[in-house]
Design a protein around this ligand. Structure first.
Ligand SMILES: O=P(O)(O)O[C@@H]1[C@@H](OP(=O)(O)O)[C@H](OP(=O)(O)O)[C@H](O)[C@H](OP(=O)(O)O)[C@H]1OP(=O)(O)O
Ligand SMILES: Nc1ncnc2c1ncn2[C@@H]1O[C@H](COP(=O)(O)OP(=O)(O)OP(=O)(O)O)[C@@H](O)[C@H]1O
Length: 478
């Protein structure tokens, strides 16, 4: 990217979250990710640069280590002309959802992160003409804590996502309670996963987005968004899944297309053997909590059938869901167990503020930082070192609890063989037909009231095995 010659007209609004706003280049497969701040809280250029550099280091030295070399896109910090950023900000303002406009894009520092556009395939530097579907899922926390520090009994039975649903509907953030439960998605049981994905498709909230050729075609900006329209979605998807068969339209076709989409996503989520160290994280004695959340309609129907424990399929060790869950489980103590340790660190820093740097409180997120995360002991020896390790593990776990998985799918170019879509990944596997990418938004540490932003990571995993898209003839698309 030539930062000297930037033209705002070559970029379009792509999406935003609570902390950043993303624009995509119209031709090239890159995005720019800008930080956002409340109008009253501007940061200096140096602070913004450091924040973004921390995100890059964290992706590279922590998340990539846990989730696998092939699973990370760290991006790079770029400095852009201020005039370009100002014009871009004006250009995209009308496309921003109202609910996100309480924060402004940072137009003062000129810094942004440049990343690959994960809604497109990464093999090609330029947007090409083959159709690309990208499914973005933010699965949220996939386990129920079982640690002794948890005081509310309900937290041992109902997962955080399902509890939050009630709060979100009560406060008007979303219109209705979703049937989605992360524990169903993380179960590894295909039937439960299908239920979870269908529930996401019914009530996407901010947990599911679908892009076609880089454009958002399905997803929910806020509670004012129109209700999900499966007929329209099926219309978009039919050429991907049933390009040449006789399924004309109507409810039967819609159901068939949605079923196929759910089946393909499940298959992708369960595949993958990219090595990361998350699988090697050795747990202490603490056992895992219940595998089914009491609030999940799937769990309830199991109980009605008298099945108290579901058939437990478990996740294959190499798959991204498994690795993500392992990292989430670095939260060994829950916020209730962690808070006293956080206070211990805080008190220490009040007394010895100069230690902040030595203790790597705000980074750098380097190899030494990563190594300390591997200590999973829960025996508190009363030291600041122990408390700090648990706090940092908690922050990393929070990152994994808030990340998104991005699955890019494309039909094959030949009738019978799939092409590799990622040249960098295992070129001998000429049948790897799709890409999976994880995107992690900026991760704050708000649990205890402060707002340190920690991390962001982008991951890609190569998937072995044939995909159900393989037999799809390409001719229908070109
Ligand atoms: O706390 P949660 O589980 O509600 O997660 C927050 C997300 O809410 P969600 O429940 O997914 O709608 C929230 O998402 P939305 O703004 O609601 O789309 C953010 O992702 C937030 O992260 P950050 O503080 O902006 O870096 C997330 O905060 P963290 O918990 O990751 O700090
Ligand atoms: N590299 C990328 N490629 C494609 N799309 C991206 C990329 N990075 C972000 N996006 C899109 O932009 C949206 C907003 O970005 P992001 O989630 O990083 O915002 P955030 O403010 O950090 O998130 P949060 O609300 O969790 O704090 C994402 O949901 C995703 O759809």
């Amino acid at each position: 990217m030539d930062e000297g010659k930037m033209d705002e007209n070559e970029w379009r609004y792509h999406g935003e979250g609570n902390k950043s706003l993303v624009v995509a280049h119209a031709q090239r497969c890159v995005v720019l990710r800008f930080l956002k701040f409340p109008p009253s809280r501007k940061k200096t250029s140096e602070e913004v640069f450091q924040h973004l550099q921390n995100i890059v280091d964290f992706s590279k030295n922590v998340m990539k280590e846990f989730l696998g070399e092939n699973s990370a896109h760290c991006g790079e910090v770029v400095q852009l002309p201020l005039e370009f950023v100002k014009q871009l900000c004006l250009k995209i303002q009308s496309e921003r959802p109202e609910s996100r406009c309480d924060k402004d894009l940072d137009t003062l520092s000129g810094y942004a992160l440049c990343l690959p556009n994960l809604a497109r395939l990464q093999t090609y530097r330029f947007a090409e003409h083959r159709p690309i579907l990208c499914v973005e899922i933010k699965p949220k926390c996939g386990f129920i804590p079982l640690c002794g520090g948890v005081t509310h009994e309900l937290k041992h039975r109902v997962c955080r996502y399902c509890m939050h649903q009630h709060l979100k509907v009560a406060t008007g953030k979303w219109k209705q309670i979703s049937k989605y439960c992360p524990l169903d998605l993380y179960s590894g049981n295909k039937q439960r996963m299908h239920f979870a994905l269908k529930s996401l498709l019914q009530e996407a909230q901010n947990n599911l987005k679908i892009f076609k050729n880089g454009e958002l075609i399905y997803g929910c900006a806020d509670a004012r968004s129109p209700a999900a329209d499966w007929t329209e979605l099926a219309h978009h998807l039919k050429p991907f899944f049933f390009p040449s068969n006789g399924l004309a339209g109507g409810p039967h076709c819609t159901r068939a297309v949605i079923r196929e989409l759910v089946r393909v996503i499940t298959r992708v989520l369960l595949s993958g053997s990219d090595k990361g160290r998350a699988g090697a994280l050795r747990r202490g004695p603490a056992p895992r909590g219940p595998r089914v959340c009491e609030a999940s309609p799937f769990g309830r129907s199991l109980r009605r059938q008298g099945k108290n424990s579901p058939e437990c399929s478990g996740l294959p060790k190499g798959c991204l869901l498994y690795k993500t869950l392992q990292v989430q489980m670095l939260d060994l103590l829950d916020i209730e167990g962690l808070y006293p340790l956080y206070r211990r660190v805080e008190r220490y820093l009040e007394e010895f503020p100069e230690e902040r740097k030595t203790l790597q409180i705000d980074g750098p997120y380097d190899e030494a930082f990563y190594q300390k995360l591997l200590d999973l002991s829960t025996e508190d020896d009363g030291t600041v070192a122990f408390a700090l390790t648990k706090v940092q593990q908690y922050r990393v776990a929070m990152t994994a609890k808030d990340c998104s998985i991005m699955i890019a799918l494309s039909p094959c170019l030949q009738d019978t063989r799939c092409r590799v879509l990622t040249d960098a990944w295992r070129p001998e596997k000429l049948h790897i037909p799709h890409e999976v990418l994880i995107h992690q938004p900026s991760q704050p540490f708000q649990a205890c009231g402060t707002a340190h932003s920690l991390s962001s990571f982008l991951l890609a995993a190569a998937l072995p095995g044939r995909c159900s898209l393989c037999p799809v003839p390409s001719s229908a698309f070109f």
